[in-house]
Design a protein around this ligand. Structure first.
Ligand code: CIR
Length: 255
């Protein structure tokens, strides 16, 4: 969770057409832009260099950069998003990563995998199978990262949850923030787990970024639990991203 860089992408006008499981109304671009600026400012507050890419009108969900690639210290992996409207986002991200990294690997087979399903801990990758990530995608990803010495553990994403990380986040090397429903699967055995407060499951997607835990605003009981546990918490408005099932991790690639 120590990072010197992050990549974000501005929300585009087409954000109103972004994918969503349940339609609770279109996101307001102006409000989304304000939240996005706040998010970038919080990442910068930690001393990291944050690159903000231009909006891509052809891809309504392209503000959620996390799903198109995975950045590690060793290199980057370009994903193959399982949502047809998002497939092209991976190709759009590739040139930026090619500039930054000596080694950029690509998922090129028939499988699908999105970054939102990959939780990177100090010991392993936990990858949740989901509507966007299938066995073939995980198998190809595992083959690729094997050269860097990473271990992959395949787990399930709860039904009706978009991505594995919709319901969990890494807080430090040993500690995970998780909804009770995801933790009940036993996938975090061996880790310390802090549960989101009942009724606040929607804030499980936070990020640990250097000294800060960045979480969506409006979840006071979970925030207090994290503060009591000793974390330095920053809250960022997420009302518009939430309309599209997005949270804190989706908005950046961190490395
Ligand atoms: C989607 O359905 O793909 C977007 N509306 C939300 C993506 C959120 N990304 C993430 O959780 N990593």
């Amino acid at each position: 969770f120590t990072f010197s860089h992050a990549i974000c992408r501005k929300p585009s006008r087409s954000i109103v057409d972004g994918l969503r499981a349940v339609d609770t109304g279109a996101p307001d671009l102006k409000v989304f832009e304000c939240h996005h600026q706040d998010y970038v400012a919080v990442l910068r507050e930690t001393g990291a260099e944050v690159t903000v890419l231009d909006a891509l009108d052809d891809f309504p969900d392209s503000v959620f950069v996390e799903d198109a690639a995975l950045c590690l210290q060793e290199g980057a992996v370009i994903m193959r998003p399982g949502a047809p409207s998002r497939l092209g986002e991976a190709a759009a991200m590739a040139p930026h990563l090619d500039q930054l990294y000596g080694e950029v690997l690509r998922i090129e087979g028939d499988g699908f995998i999105e970054g939102g399903d990959i939780l990177t801990t100090e010991r392993e990758f936990l990858i949740g199978l989901s509507a966007r990530t299938d066995n073939a995608g995980v198998a190809e990803f595992s083959r690729l990262v094997d050269r860097w010495g990473y271990t992959v553990r395949v787990v399930d994403t709860p039904p009706d949850v978009l991505h594995f990380k919709t319901d969990c986040s890494l807080l430090d090397e040993d500690t995970i923030l998780s909804t009770k429903r995801l933790d009940a699967s036993g996938c975090f055995d061996g880790y310390k787990v802090i549960h989101t407060a009942d009724g606040e499951e929607a804030c499980a997607n936070t990020i640990r970024f250097n000294n800060l835990v960045v979480m969506p605003a409006g979840f006071a009981r979970t925030r207090d639990l994290l503060v009591q546990a000793g974390y330095d918490v920053r809250e960022v408005g997420n009302s518009e991203a939430a309309k599209l099932d997005g949270g804190m991790s989706c908005l950046s690639l961190r490395f």
